[in-house]
Design a protein around this ligand. Structure first.
Ligand code: ZN
Length: 306
């Protein structure tokens, strides 16, 4: 938390004069609020506030993968578009997951210990939709990646379940195949990329899945509908509900700032991978969730314990 405190204190000291919502609307006004101010919802964050805060993360020359909760920020003048513009103006390149789970098909039979109940989702199968590049991302992903996907100059990959969208990230996105949907994250790490958590925690940090894969954790097979046929999608990751256990390991490696009602964290992917792999080598059951009925976490346990 040392880095977080250092940055927060610095921004708070700059922000001392900016106490009123109307002042925060002015161009250039700082809206990084102290803890007591966070309880109030009358403040509207503006692009300049966000840009200045994101600039303090020092990611101007870094490609990033971002995960975001727009609501966590409270009110932003210009909504998701302003948030994205501020991020794009503060980083080297941006990509976000634009996953589409409604393409998924559950067969009646398949390989054993696959973290799935075969034949259980036949009703959902009839509602599955074939992936097309223009398919909106799942509502669970939030409005920010969907807004990114629709921005001019945005590119989107064509994995039927786990696509990514990005701007200035064409080379990273081009690495994805149906066999290796996490390749853009590997490429991002190669390029000294960072993960940016915009008001969300590590339970949505897709990059941890790539570190799990590197550590040899069990992966799964899934199926997706594309026009005219069903395709196998190998390398489907496990459950991420237990991922926030990594946060305490990353305290000294996290650049964090408070903006409005929320906290934004940035972590180097290379550092993240080293930490996750080390934890999983020490304890192959680490980062699993606690739910008794979690099929994928239970399948990982079975693969480890036999
Ligand atoms: Zn689980």
């Amino acid at each position: 938390m040392i880095a977080q405190k250092k940055i927060s204190c610095r921004i708070k000291s700059l922000n001392r004069k900016d106490r009123k919502g109307k002042e925060l609307k002015k161009p250039g006004a700082l809206g990084v609020l102290s803890g007591s101010e966070n309880k109030k919802s009358r403040y509207m964050l503006v692009y300049e506030t966000l840009k200045r805060a994101f600039d303090s993360l020092r990611l101007q020359d870094k490609p990033v993968i971002a995960h975001a909760s727009l609501k966590s920020f409270g009110q932003i003048d210009g909504g998701a578009q302003s948030l994205l513009r501020a991020v794009l103006d503060s980083v080297g390149a941006l990509m976000m997951p634009t996953f589409t789970y409604k393409t998924m098909i559950t067969p009646s039979v398949g390989p054993p210990n696959n973290g799935i109940t075969y034949g259980a989702e036949m009703d959902l199968n009839s509602q599955a939709e074939a992936f097309t590049p223009s398919m909106p991302c799942d509502k669970l992903m939030g409005i920010v990646p969907e807004t990114l996907r629709n921005l001019p100059h945005a590119k989107r990959t064509s994995h039927p379940i786990q696509s990514f969208a990005g701007i200035r990230a064409e080379k990273l996105l081009a690495t994805q195949t149906i066999q290796n949907h996490l390749a853009p994250i590997a490429a991002l790490a190669e390029a000294d990329g960072w993960v940016l958590l915009l008001g969300v925690d590590h339970t949505v940090n897709t990059s941890i899945h790539y570190a799990e894969k590197l550590a040899g954790r069990k992966q799964f097979l899934r199926w997706a509908l594309i026009p005219n046929r069903i395709v196998e999608c190998p390398g489907f990751p496990g459950d991420s509900a237990g991922f926030n256990a990594i946060a305490s390991e990353l305290v000294n490696d996290t650049r964090a700032i408070q903006i409005g009602n929320t906290v934004v964290q940035a972590v180097s992917l290379r550092v993240l991978f080293v930490k996750v792999i080390r934890i999983l080598k020490e304890n192959p059951l680490a980062l699993l969730c606690e739910r008794d009925d979690c099929e994928r976490c239970n399948a990982v346990r079975e693969s480890v314990l036999g």
